[in-house]
Design a binder for this molecule. Structure first.
Ligand SMILES: *[C@@H]1O[C@H](CO)[C@@H](O)[C@H](O)[C@H]1NC(C)=O
Ligand SMILES: *[C@@H]1O[C@H](CO)[C@@H](O)[C@H](O)[C@H]1NC(C)=O
Ligand SMILES: *[C@@H]1O[C@H](CO)[C@@H](O)[C@H](O)[C@H]1NC(C)=O
Length: 396
């Protein structure tokens, strides 16, 4: 107890700077051997309604892991195998290559640390109070939302399934060493991957192709023409495949949402999809980034599920094939983006300082394990030394 009290009395600014300097490499990527270690990002997480201190810790860690995934995903390489599988062959997506690349670049900017250079993405309002009551929708078979986005804004709710998800480092090490599972991309799905999908729904990050049929003008020879523009990114659907849950009040069957590796890859290969359907789907970016990360880290590409089937009819009529994987990190019969009700605040308040105690944890760990290096020690203020010495004395 004494140790904790001593640390709390440290000036908050000083301790967070120490953490950032100790653990951030110049590229903003967190030192990998420190597990839950954190840096002070330029983008803040705000709000935190209904989240416990440990929830906030998991949310922050997932955010940090996401920055590692996107760091591995840029620059976009449209000829790489994960790109071909998740977005389509280069000639097929040539009109959308820039859009995909820019989406990834914008998401990669979340790695910016406080006091660093360059543009900073807006703060993100995170919460755990399920204001839209969607966390309990779904079931074991159809899955449940682990997180959902509100209004394509920087506003996310995290559901209980999120807090059961693995952390990036641990799952990548564990799965890559398991001969049965190492090639299956979905096995690696972790809270950083989910975060990656969620930020793609922010209209300031993920841009997608909006194609609408509009009535032809007086000079037009056809009754309808199509208008093409850009809009926020949502979740694409498998065209022509109905789900079981009627989404609307009129019992209209909704379409199948493309979550998970199987459906994401189907978006990129089925001739029934538009060439931009994969590039319009947040999950495809998350899985692409996850694949690139594993390739960078482990030097192989987990290519299962392999999209090799005799003909498309086999896929379109095969429920099991479409359902794909047993792990589900969304409610597959519903979008993970919902409109913000009138009157609901977008902006969250700064997370109270009691919660920011979490950001001291890695530092505590450094002190307690005696790993505080001399170089860092030399930058400390005299006042801080006294605290440090107290703690070392207590530890000894
Ligand atoms: C790219 O866009 C142009 C102009 O809209 C269109 O004519 C062409 O068919 C598109 N190419 C592909 C591969 O979608
Ligand atoms: C995504 O949903 C929002 C809100 O309904 C909409 O404005 C936007 O156009 C959609 N994006 C696409 C690509 O359809
Ligand atoms: C840090 O500096 C203080 C004062 O100069 C010194 O007594 C202490 O041993 C140093 N600790 C480490 C871990 O280097």
């Amino acid at each position: 107890m004494l140790i904790i009290r001593t640390l709390l009395s440290l000036p908050a600014i000083l301790s967070t700077q120490l953490i950032a300097h100790a653990l951030a490499r110049p590229d903003g990527v967190i030192a990998e051997d420190k597990g839950a270690a954190k840096v002070e990002y330029a983008t803040s997480l705000t709000g935190g309604e209904g989240c416990s201190a440990s929830d906030l810790d998991d949310i922050r860690s997932g955010f940090a892991e996401m920055t590692s995934l996107f760091a591995a995903a840029v620059p976009f390489d449209s000829t790489s195998q994960p790109s071909v599988e998740f977005f389509g062959p280069p000639h097929h997506i040539s009109n959308y290559t820039d859009m995909i690349s820019e989406n990834l670049q914008r998401a990669a900017k979340y790695a910016a640390v406080q006091g660093g250079e360059g543009e900073v993405n807006a703060d993100i309002h995170v919460r755990c109070d399920d204001p839209m009551s969607l966390c309990d929708c779904g079931n074991k078979r159809a899955g449940r939302h682990a997180s959902y986005n509100i209004g394509n804004e920087q506003h996310l709710n995290f559901c209980k399934d999120y807090f059961r998800m693995d952390d990036l480092e641990r799952i990548v090490d564990r799965k890559a060493n398991n001969q049965m599972e190492k090639d299956r991309l979905m096995e690696y799905y972790n809270r950083g991957t989910l975060w990656a999908r969620m930020v793609m729904h922010f209209s300031e990050i993920g841009k997608a192709v909006v194609q609408r049929a509009v009535p032809g003008g007086p000079m037009s020879t056809t009754e309808w023409t199509t208008s093409i523009s850009q809009g926020a990114m949502n979740t694409s659907v498998l065209a022509g495949v109905m789900n079981e849950r009627p989404d609307g009040p009129d019992d209209v069957p909704a379409l199948k949402y493309a979550y998970g590796a199987t459906r994401s890859k189907l978006l990129a290969v089925l001739s029934t999809q538009m060439p931009y359907d994969a590039a319009n789907n947040a999950e495809n970016y998350a899985l692409y980034a996850q694949a690139r990360y594993i390739m960078a880290k482990k030097r192989f590409y987990p290519n299962v599920p392999i999209m090799d089937f005799p003909n498309e009819a086999t896929v379109l009529t095969n429920e099991n094939l479409q359902d794909g994987e047993r792990m589900k990190y969304a409610f597959f019969d519903m979008s993970d983006v919902v409109a913000r009700p009138l009157g609901m605040e977008l902006e969250g308040r700064p997370i109270p300082s009691s919660a920011s105690f979490n950001s001291v944890t890695p530092f505590t760990r450094l002190v307690l394990t005696g790993k505080l290096n001399r170089a860092m020690n030399a930058t400390l203020s005299g006042r801080f030394h006294r605290h440090l010495d107290d703690q070392e004395a207590i530890w000894k």
